[in-house]
Design a protein around this ligand. Sequence first.
Ligand SMILES: [Zn+2]
Length: 360
Amino acid sequence: MLKNGGKRPLVVTGKNVQRAEPLLQLLRLNHIEYSTFSISCEPKIQTIRDGVALAKSENCDWVIGIGGGSVIDAGKAIAAIMTNEGDVLDYVEIIGKGKALTKPSARFLAIPTTAGTGSEVTRNAVLASPEHKLKVSLRSAYMLPAIALVDPELTYDLPRNVTASTGLDALTQVIEPYLCSRANPMTDAICIEGIKRIGRSFRRAFGNGYDVEARADMAVAGLFGGMALANAGLGAVHGFAGPIGGMFSAPHGEICAALLADVMDANLRALRERDSESPVIPRFYHVARLLTGDQINAAEGIQRIRDVVADFKIPRLSSHGIKSDDIPEIVRHAKNASSMKANPIVLTDEELTEILQRAL
Ligand SMILES: [Zn+2]
C-alpha cells in the first residue's frame, strides 16, 4: 500500500508529529522518502495554500493524512489542489468562485486517529476562513480518499475529552442522517448499526481507552457516520455547527454535542405540531431504543443523550464565548447551511433561536 502510493508522500499530521512516528518509521523501513506538514488546529484556507506549496517544493506526488478530522480534511484538500490549477479559493463555495475541480486529486491515504468525523470516507473538506468568520467546504467526488485505513488501536491513547467530543460527533452523524429528509435504506442500515454500537460502547471507551471491543465499536461507528452523511445528509445540529465553528474557536464535536439533544427535541415537537403523519416521528423512538437497549420513549431517549453529554463534561456553548447577542447572526447563517436543508422539517427562526438559547 505504501509502496504503490507514489514517489514521495507529504505526510500531514497534527500538532504532535511524534504521534505519526510509527508510520514514519514504516516509510523509512520501506526506503520511502517523505516530507511532513504539521497542522495545529482546524485547517484554514491558508493552511491548504501552505501545504500545497510545501508539497510542490519538496516534489511530493501523493499525500497521507494521519490524525483527527482536521488533519484528514487538510490532507484531502491539499491532495485536491496539488493537481488542480490555481488557488484553493477558486474551488470553495460561498467565499470563493465555487469552480468544479477538473482533475482527480493526488492519491490520498487517510489514517484517522480519532473515532468521530468519518472524514476518511467523505468527499469534502471543511476549511475555515478567519477573515470571513466562516467555515466553507471544498467538495468534489474526486476528493474521496483512495484508501481509508481505520484502525481502532490508533485511538487507545486519546485523551478522555477527545474521546468524548469526537464520539459525540460520531453519534450525531449516525442520528442526523437517520432522521433526515434524505434518509434511504442503505444509510438507514448503516445508521442503525452505528447507533447500536455507540449505545453499547461509548461509556466503556470513555471509562477505559484500552477497552479493545469498545474502541472497535466507536471506530466502526465513526466510519459509518461518514458514510451515512455522505450518502444522505445531516440536519440542524450540523447546520448550526458550520457557522458557529466559523465564528468561534470551538471543537466541532463539542458544538455538536452541546446541540444534539435540544435539536432533537425541537425537531420532534415541530414534526408533531406541523407534520404529525411524518414517518420520521417513529424514528425518534427507534433512536432511543437502539441507543439504550431499553423500551423507552423518544423523550426519555433524548434525556439519555443529555445525561451522556453532562457526564462527559461537555462544555455548554457559552463557555466558547457565545452570547445571546450572537444568536441572530448564527441563525441567519445556519438557515442557509447545506446541512440544514436535510433537516426533517423546516424550523422557524423562533425555533432555531430557542435551540441556541437552551444550549448556551
Ligand atoms: Zn460532525
